[in-house]
Design a protein around this ligand. Structure first.
Ligand code: NAP
Length: 359
């Protein structure tokens, strides 16, 4: 695989920092430029981040002295240097939409962590193991934007990346109804216990917009490319409650599920064990070898013990049992800033690279 030159837009933020550490020594991607708000422009990456560095690993040496660009004013400068960009910025939705389309129109493909374009019907929202075929809609998006190379592809919200993967291999049994309660880590809000001390010994029963995303996004991920757009699935019915809990990293979900044709417990365990997607077949660099991992122990998965399984890219599942109101219930866990954010976007970029979308 040829090496691709990459930019990180929003490099100073929580997700941007995660991109920086994940892309250090990446076999296919080489970070050549960093951008953020006008507040950071002109400073070195080290100066711009200052005391905000929140990763366990140190800032990559090769990036420390890179001079930050202004994500909006310097689009042409970024475009000259890169084959594509990752984008994770904290701006208004309309501004993010405009920014991402401006990069696409400058012929720079954008792999985005932002939610702004998730429901644009010719923008694929991809969990690479589940709906890799949705990237075919990029052809229609390029026609709409009038671009040859440029496009926007997004990953889904971090909250759905624990339970949607666990439900996906069970769709053949006709998943009809899902109830999911998520217990979400503080890094999902771009925070640590130092920056959000109110979360120590606390739980907040509301995360703005999260329940709507958690109920709607799976239906796009399970949708189909029809003509020039992705048409959402109309099943299953999904209801959620999303809570913020005092955990640094790792979103847990307690899931209840009913089926049109109820499988046996053994069939569910077999479906999870045997499930592998295109990233595993193509052996993409960030793909976990075993995507879905079932723990027999009653007290697993645990955020602290299991979130880093396979580099934080695998999903852990446990406590599968029959329920009195739904057919089954179980618990699952995924790392929200790895699989759920930057890692999921890097895996999507690897899929796009392997399929020739950055050529
Ligand atoms: P964050 O830590 O607050 O970082 C925000 C980034 O946006 C910084 O790099 C900031 O640059 C940049 N920014 C702010 N205003 C800007 C402007 N006007 N122009 C250009 N850049 C600007 O946020 P985050 O947690 O990394 O989240 C970033 C995005 O990813 C959000 O859309 C969020 O919803 C999404 N996301 C986050 C997670 C997560 O786990 N944290 C998961 C999935 C998706 P300066 O430093 O220069 O201000």
């Amino acid at each position: 695989m040829k090496k691709f030159n990459v930019g990180i837009i929003g490099a100073t933020g929580m997700v941007g920092q995660r991109f920086a550490t994940l892309l250090e020594n990446h076999p296919w991607f080489n970070v050549v430029c960093l951008a953020a708000s006008p507040r950071s422009a002109g400073k070195t990456y080290e100066e711009a981040v200052g005391s905000r560095w929140a990763m366990a690993k140190p800032m990559p040496e090769a990036m420390k002295n890179m001079i930050m660009l202004d994500a909006t004013a310097d689009i042409a400068k970024v475009a000259e240097q890169v084959d594509f960009v990752f984008c994770a910025v904290d701006m208004k939705k309309d501004e993010i939409k405009a920014l991402e389309e401006a990069y696409a129109k400058a012929e720079v493909p954008v792999v985005s962590n932002n939610s702004a374009h998730r429901f644009t019907d010719d923008v694929p929202m991809v969990v690479p193991e589940i709906n890799p075929e949705h990237i075919e809609v990029i052809k229609s998006q390029r026609a709409r934007l009038g671009t040859k190379r440029g496009f926007v592809a997004v990953k889904s919200n971090c909250s759905i990346q624990s339970y949607v993967p666990a439900l996906h291999p069970l769709m053949k049994y006709g998943v009809s109804k899902v109830l999911a309660c998520t217990y979400q880590a503080i890094s999902g809000a771009g925070k640590t216990f130092e920056t959000w001390p109110e979360m120590v010994d606390n739980l907040i029963p509301f995360i703005g917009g999260e329940e709507e995303k958690s109920e709607k996004e799976p239906l796009k991920v399970w949708g189909k490319v029809e003509g020039d757009v992705i048409v959402n699935a109309c099943k299953p019915e999904i209801t959620t409650q999303c809570l913020r809990v005092p955990v640094s990293d790792g979103h847990t979900a307690a899931v209840f599920v009913s089926f049109d044709q109820k499988p046996s417990k053994e069939e569910i365990l077999k479906a999870w064990k045997e499930f592998a997607g295109v990233p595993q077949e193509l052996e993409l660099p960030s793909a976990p070898k075993q995507f879905l991992n079932y723990f027999e122990e009653d007290n697993r998965p645990q955020a602290k013990l299991d979130r880093n399984l396979e580099g934080g890219m695998a999903v852990s599942i446990g406590r599968l049992r029959e329920d009195t109101q739904y057919d089954y219930k179980f618990v699952c866990l995924s790392h929200n800033t790895l699989r759920g954010a930057a890692g999921g976007a890097v895996l999507l970029a690897e899929l796009l690279a392997a399929k020739g979308y950055f050529d």
